[in-house]
Ligand binder design. Structure first.
Ligand code: MN
Length: 289
């Protein structure tokens, strides 16, 4: 734990005080070389003790998958003059290594800044950026995911160390949102805060709900040199999102903040499911016997 020694002036007399810097574990899914990750590092390091534990390679869209059939290596590397941990695995593996092997005991886990938006439950459920945050939260650490919209969807597939976009708005958002959460606390009924920054910010923050979809999913069929078909999953973006959703907010140029919960139980369906299985299910009274 780093102690920041400062001076506070009380009634004109200086007295020494100590303040603990919050500890942040920073990860992502674009890999440790991503300019988005280091933009987040630069935004957070002035006020927090930040440890980078990130996948060694591009891991976008792996969701919350976890390496349980392979050993995981965590190499200490120096990048941009900072000691960091490069994990040969998934974003979730990086979080688990940070918490259980490196024992970082962070106050917050931050995942991002992802190159590309993570909007709608279609994306949130496959996003490695959000997956890392979900893992952290399930392990009891408040977590936030940050993603930056790309105007050209092709940018998501470029080498993330070569993305030279301007991160100034995204850095400000990381600083403001994490600062606010550290100061005011994490919402009690949320597990993860999912933040999406438009490519061009035209408005302010908007608390949103997840839209259902971000893409009109499709497949493109091609043929290999032997005449056999193969497929690329692809599709254009939705353009008619409902007001109040994360997709709509970002389309309007607002910064979307969505509270996410880990508990996927469809509570509204419990009664109906009991009716469907009437006579087959164990009665609640019996469970509690
Ligand atoms: Mn990514």
């Amino acid at each position: 734990m780093t102690l920041t020694i400062g001076q506070v002036f009380v009634s004109g007399k200086p007295s020494v005080y100590t303040r603990m810097k919050p500890r942040i574990l920073l990860t992502n899914d674009d890999g440790i070389t991503s300019t988005g990750l280091w933009a987040a590092y630069n935004a957070l390091s002035p006020f927090a003790e930040v440890t980078v534990v990130a996948p060694a390679t591009q891991q976008s869209a792996v969701g919350r998958s976890i390496s349980i059939f392979e050993p995981i290596r965590a190499n200490r590397v120096v990048m941009n003059g900072v000691t960091a941990y490069s994990v040969g695995g998934k974003p979730t593996d990086a979080v688990i290594i940070g918490l259980f092997a490196l024992r970082l005991n962070p106050d917050l886990v931050v995942s991002g800044i992802n190159i590309g938006e993570n909007l709608s439950f279609e994306s949130v459920m496959t996003s490695g950026t959000v997956g890392a945050a979900l893992e952290a939260s399930n392990q009891g650490v408040p977590a936030l995911a940050f993603s930056l919209q790309v105007e050209d969807q092709g940018d998501k597939f470029d080498e993330p160390s070569g993305i030279t976009r301007r991160f100034s708005d995204a850095k400000r958002v990381v600083r403001e949102v994490c600062g606010r959460v550290l100061e005011t606390g994490f919402p009690e009924n949320a597990h993860v805060i999912n933040v999406n920054i438009p490519a061009v910010v035209r408005g302010g923050y908007e608390v949103t709900r997840l839209a259902a979809k971000l893409f009109h999913t499709g497949v493109e069929e091609r043929f290999d040199p032997r005449g056999r078909p193969y497929y690329w999953i692809d599709g254009p973006l939705y353009e008619d999102a409902e007001e109040g959703t994360d997709v709509h907010a970002v389309q309007q140029g607002n910064i979307s903040i969505t509270p996410i919960t880990l508990d996927c139980t469809a509570f509204a369906a419990v009664g109906e499911l009991q009716c469907i299985f009437d006579g087959l299910t164990v009665r609640r009274e019996e469970i509690h016997l």
